[in-house]
Write a protein that binds this ligand. Structure first.
Ligand code: UT7
Length: 324
């Protein structure tokens, strides 16, 4: 027997306002053709005035709880991944905790930008298998629209707002690779790459929020190698392979990065879940948004083996493999 963490439910939320490529082309020197060809993105959602990251996160969490058939009071751990919290402090996770009416257990944020959901999932799993908590909400939520330089066409067309959540539960599993739940996670970082993808402000440096800055080509160059490295680690740790997994649900930054990674690993295109066309790069929210979409449309079923991965600012990168 061995304690594992399994996913009981998923939920996500996109703000109502949808901004198409055509609409963006009226504001900056870009085109639907350029954005579609280079990234696969067709539209992104933008939070309304006053609609914050913790509000998006709460909506996604409520949907995940409903999907899991649980009440908020059943949760004793909230790990929220975000690079765009409502405030410098307190952690957005504590705002979600309060909004859900939870007064026990613990809630905190994790900062790993686009890799945030994988980092949060791995962190929550460790609390659950150590016995420190019983049921967790793992949330990725972002309002990147607030840190974009809307004059910079090289970045403002790429990102969007949204949130996704998973409900996890600790249970005693037989201890084989047939178990339901998280079977392996692999997290990495290398701070030498800071200047390739960063925000040029913060409380302790400029005392401002700052704007996202990215050398897109440089990030792209590193992305495929880093992503495939941690996936090879996940395959080595579990014995699963490109052939034996059911679904590949990558971070949704760019369709070309996703297909290049899948090709390099030999993962068949029909196993790859792509939602980037609908919401752009939502950073930590992108994997749970894609997981939720594929679960609700009937692709991901109970018992399926799912591989997730992400790479982003830091650099940070990571993978996780679980049986749903
Ligand atoms: O989630 C975190 C990780 N982030 C990523 O994964 C992003 C990784 N990078 C990328 O996805 C791609 O590098 C981009 C989509 C950002 C850019 O694609 P690219 O094929 O690397 O294009 P590029 O940066 O080499 O730009 C090509 C041309 C440039 O013009 P010149 O210098 O060739 O004349 C740009 O100025 O496209 C121009 N350009 C645009 N044109 C129209 C850049 N942005 C735009 C735009 N509309 N929005």
């Amino acid at each position: 027997m061995m304690r594992r963490a399994r996913i009981l439910g998923l939920g996500s939320y996109l703000p109502a306002r949808r901004v198409t490529n055509e609409e963006l082309a009226q504001r900056v020197d870009t085109s639907d053709e350029w954005i579609t060809q280079r990234t696969g993105i067709k539209a992104r959602h933008v939070a309304a005035e006053g609609e914050t990251t913790s509000m998006l996160a709460t909506r996604a969490a409520e949907r995940a709880l409903e999907n899991a058939g649980l009440k908020a009071a059943d949760i004793d751990l909230i790990v929220l991944a975000t690079a765009t919290p409502d405030y410098t402090f307190p952690a957005a996770a504590t705002q979600v905790q309060a909004a859900l009416g939870i007064t026990h257990g613990v809630a905190f944020d994790v900062a790993a930008v686009c890799s945030g959901f994988v980092f949060a999932l791995s962190t929550a799993e460790k609390f659950l298998i150590a016995g420190s908590a019983k049921r967790a909400l793992v949330i990725g939520a972002e309002t990147f629209s607030r840190i974009l330089d809307w004059e910079d066409r090289t970045t403002c067309v790429l990102f969007g707002d949204g949130a996704g959540a998973a409900v996890l539960e600790a249970y005693d599993a037989p201890g084989t690779m047939q178990d339901q739940g998280i079977l392996t996670t692999h997290l990495r970082s290398d701070g030498r790459h800071r200047e390739k993808l960063y925000v040029d402000g913060g409380p302790s440096s400029t005392k401002t929020v700052g704007h996202l800055r990215m050398e897109g080509k440089e990030v792209f160059k590193h992305a495929v190698g880093m992503i495939t490295d941690v996936i090879v680690d996940a395959f080595a740790a579990t014995g699963y392979s490109a052939e034996t997994i059911d679904w590949f649900v990558p971070h949704q930054a760019n369709r070309r990065i996703i297909t290049a990674s899948a090709d390099k690993l030999g993962i068949a295109p029909e196993k790859v879940v792509i939602t980037v066309q609908d919401h752009g790069n939502t950073s930590a929210a992108s994997i749970p948004l894609a997981l939720d979409a594929a679960m609700r449309d009937g692709r991901i079923k109970r018992g399926d083996v799912v591989l997730i991965e992400a790479m982003g600012g830091g650099f940070t990168w990571g993978s996780a493999l679980f049986r749903y």
